[in-house]
Design a protein around this ligand. Structure first.
Ligand code: MN
Length: 242
């Protein structure tokens, strides 16, 4: 390693994953340069499961600890593990940040597995931040002004978001995004995310069944209403709006 910086956790994890590649490269290059490039070590960092921003009991009773612990500890974690597995054989893609990776492989059907797992990591991290035990109610300031000019008023915004979340057929997401000066409601199927379309994400609601089924069974509309009324993190949305 040429860097004098202390290793971050990601680099340590990555370094362990790269031992095989380094050994192979050192063997292959011993007759030419005699040394492996540090870029081999720095090129591919393992993606990590970001910590939940609150305890798994924090959103109860809207979202129970049981739902949250399965959703985060099993589903979100599985996307991270799957992506790291897929990237072992794709060093060019493994060198990219999560955001750059998602944008790079979006629309490339030969990389659908990479896209789906990478985008689901991003979407879930964004979803946890979109919720807060102190959330819900009405935003204020610039964000409320934008909601009023974009949707008519706050009640019309709520109705548009709820309708998108309820009518997303099958698995997917409902989003509040900024598209230039205007706010929009967008729904996306499966792992699709508006961040690949040049739109700035402000908030999201996960409407995959795993997000609500343990608590609400088939009553997706009840989950959506409760999340909008009690959990939406308007401080996060305002920070995203900038
Ligand atoms: Mn989910």
């Amino acid at each position: 390693m040429s860097s004098m910086e202390p290793l971050s956790r990601r680099e340590v994890v990555h370094g362990a994953l790269a031992v095989g590649a380094l050994a192979a490269a050192a063997g292959a290059s011993s007759r030419s340069t005699g040394a492996a490039s540090p870029a081999i070590l720095l090129g591919a960092m393992a993606h990590e499961l970001p910590p939940l921003p609150y305890a798994d009991t924090a959103l109860d009773p809207v979202i129970s600890a049981k739902t949250l612990s399965f959703h985060y500890g099993k589903h979100h974690k599985a996307y991270v593990d799957n992506l790291n597995g897929l990237l072992k054989d794709l060093p060019d893609l493994a060198a990219l940040s999560l955001d750059d990776l998602i944008k790079k492989v979006a629309g490339d059907t030969s990389k659908a597995g990479v896209f789906n797992n990478a985008a689901q990591i991003w979407n879930h991290t964004f979803y946890w931040k979109s919720l807060s035990p102190k959330g819900g109610g009405k935003p204020t300031g610039k964000l409320l002004d934008k909601i009023n000019t974009s949707f008519g008023d706050y009640d019309k915004f709520k109705e548009a978001l709820a309708t998108a979340a309820k009518t997303q057929f099958g698995s997917g997401w409902a989003w509040l995004v900024a598209n230039g000066d205007k706010l929009e409601i967008v729904k996306t199927p499966n792992a699709e995310t508006p961040m690949t379309q040049g739109k700035k994400c402000l908030l999201t609601i996960d409407v995959w069944e795993h997000a609500y089924y343990l608590d609400y069974q088939n009553k997706r509309p009840d989950y959506i209403t409760a999340v909008i009324e009690k959990l939406l993190n308007w401080e996060f949305a305002a920070a995203n709006l900038g």
